[in-house]
Ligand binder design. Structure first.
Ligand code: DSN
Length: 410
C-alpha cells in the first residue's frame, strides 16, 4: 500500500494496526472470517469507480461490459454453489427481500432476537419491527432448541404472510423442511436467512434451505469468506419482484468492486479445500464445546451442531460483558451474547458466543481448539487476576504465530 502510506499516514497506520490485531489475537467472533488476498484485491479494484444501475445487459449507464461480466460470473458461480438456486441477485446490501413479498402491516413470524434471532427478523428497533406486525417464536425453555410444534401453533393462530427462519446465535441444526410444512399449512412464504451458516449449507455441513424456501438471504463475509456484502436466492416466480425490490426499490448503483470480489469468493467456495474447511469449522466448534463442558461450563442446548456455541455464565457469577472485555485483554476476541431467557440486559448479558470460522480458516484444528478452550477457562476462572490475563495473552499470541495470517501482506 505504497500510495496510501505516502499520501495518508494516519489511515495507513490504522489499517496496519488492524492487520496486527487480526494477526495476533484469537478471533472467535462467529460472524467473522478472513477473506483471501484475491478477494481483497478484487474488492480494492477499479470497479469501485463504475456506476451500473440495473442488471447485466440492461443497465442505465454505458461502459458496463466489464462489470456485467463480473456480475454474471458471480451469479453463475453462486448458482453452482447453492444447488437448486433458480435465481440469484448479488447486489443487495440489506432488507430488500421483505419488500418483494410483503406490504406494510403484513405479519412476519421471526425468531426472538434474545433466543438467537437477528435484529432484522422483527426487532422493534429495526425497520422490520416498525413496518410489519411481528410474531416471534422462541426456543423451548427445557431443550433450548427450536420448538417446531410451538412454531406451528403460533403460525396457525397468526396466519403470517412470511416465516423467517435463520439465526445469528443458534448452535443447532435448523430443520428447514419442517418450517416449509408449517408455512404450507398456513399459506405463508418461507425466507431462510442463512447469513451465519451459508458456507456450511453450500458444502452440505448443514442441510440446505434452498429446496424448501421461497427466498434465501445471506451475507457473503461470514462462513462464506467473501467480501462484506449480501445476496438473495429465490424461486424463478419471485425473480422479477426481488430484482425490482433491490433496484430501483431500495438501492442505487451496485458496488461492482464488491460484486467482483463475491465472484472470486464463490469460485473459492467451490473448491475441495473450502469444503473441507467448512466441515473442520464444525468439528472445531464441537471440540471447543466438549472441552468447555469438561471444564465445567454450561452451554446453551448442551453443545453445538454448527460453527458456534454459547456459554452460559450465570453459574460462574460473571456477566457476558465482563467476560468479553477481559478476554479481549487476554488476546481472545469474542462477543457477549444473550442466552435464552436471559435475566440480564442485551448490553450486559449472561453469556458469550464463540465461533470457529476465522481460526479454522487460519488452519487450526481440534488440538488448538482444546488449547483455546483451556485459555478461555483460565481467564474466566480467575477473571480479576492480571497475571493470569497477561499469561494467556502471551500464549494466545504464540499460538497465532504458528498460523501466519496474510504472511506476505506488508
Ligand atoms: N452482527 C452479526 C453477528 O455478529 O451475528 C449479525 O449481523
Amino acid at each position: 500500500m505504497k500510495s496510501l502510506s505516502e499520501q495518508d499516514p494516519e489511515v495507513y497506520a490504522a489499517i496496519q494496526n488492524e492487520l496486527e490485531r487480526q494477526r495476533n489475537n484469537i478471533i472467535l467472533i462467529a460472524s467473522e472470517n478472513f477473506a483471501s488476498r484475491a478477494v481483497m484485491e478484487a474488492q480494492g479494484c477499479v470497479m469501485t469507480n463504475k456506476y451500473a444501475e440495473g442488471y447485466p445487459g440492461k443497465r442505465y449507464y454505458r461502459g458496463t461490459a466489464n462489470v456485467d461480466r463480473a456480475e454474471v460470473l458471480a451469479q453463475e458461480r453462486c448458482k453452482k454453489l447453492f444447488v437448486g438456486a433458480e435465481h440469484v441477485n448479488v447486489q443487495p446490501v440489506s432488507g430488500a427481500a421483505y419488500f418483494a413479498v410483503l406490504k406494510h402491516g403484513d405479519t412476519i413470524m421471526g425468531m426472538n432476537l434474545a433466543h438467537g434471532g437477528h435484529l432484522s427478523h422483527g426487532s422493534p428497533v429495526n425497520f422490520s419491527g416498525k413496518m410489519y406486525k411481528i410474531v416471534p417464536y422462541s426456543v423451548s425453555q427445557e431443550t433450548e432448541r427450536l420448538d417446531y410444534s410451538e412454531m406451528a401453533a403460533i403460525a396457525r393462530k397468526n396466519k403470517p404472510q412470511l416465516i423467517v427462519v435463520g439465526a445469528s446465535s443458534y448452535p443447532r441444526t435448523i430443520d428447514f423442511k419442517v418450517v416449509r410444512e408449517i408455512a404450507d399449512e398456513v399459506g405463508a412464504k418461507v425466507m431462510a436467512d442463512i447469513a451465519h451458516i451459508a458456507g456450511l449449507c453450500a458444502v452440505g455441513a448443514h442441510p440446505s434451505p434452498v429446496p424448501y424456501s421461497d427466498i434465501v438471504t445471506t451475507t457473503t463475509h461470514k462462513t462464506l469468506r467473501g467480501p462484506r456484502g449480501a445476496l438473495i436466492i429465490c424461486k424463478d416466480e419471485l425473480a422479477a419482484a426481488i430484482d425490482r425490490s433491490v433496484f430501483p426499490g431500495t438501492q442505487g448503483g451496485p458496488f461492482m468492486h464488491a460484486i467482483a470480489a463475491k465472484a472470486v469468493a464463490f469460485q473459492e467456495a467451490l473448491t475441495p479445500e473450502y469444503r473441507e474447511c467448512q466441515f473442520q469449522t464444525v468439528r472445531n466448534a464441537i471440540a471447543i464445546a466438549q472441552r468447555l463442558l469438561d471444564n465445567g461450563f454450561d452451554l446453551v442446548s448442551g453443545g453445538t451442531d454448527n460453527h458456534l456455541l454459547l456459554v452460559k455464565l450465570i453459574k460462574e457469577g460473571i456477566t457476558g460483558k465482563e467476560a468479553d472485555e477481559t478476554l479481549e485483554r487476554a488476546g481472545i476476541t469474542l462477543n457477549k451474547n444473550m442466552i435464552p431467557f436471559d435475566p440480564a440486559t442485551p448490553f450486559v448479558t449472561s453469556g458469550i458466543r464463540i465461533g470457529t470460522p476465522a481460526m479454522t480458516t487460519r488452519g487450526m484444528k481440534e488440538p488448538e481448539m482444546v488449547q483455546i478452550a483451556d485459555l478461555i477457562t483460565a481467564v474466566l476462572r480467575d477473571i480479576k487476576n492480571e497475571k493470569t490475563i497477561a499469561g494467556v495473552r502471551s500464549q494466545a499470541r504464540e499460538l497465532c504465530g504458528k498460523f501466519p495470517l496474510y504472511p506476505d501482506l506488508a
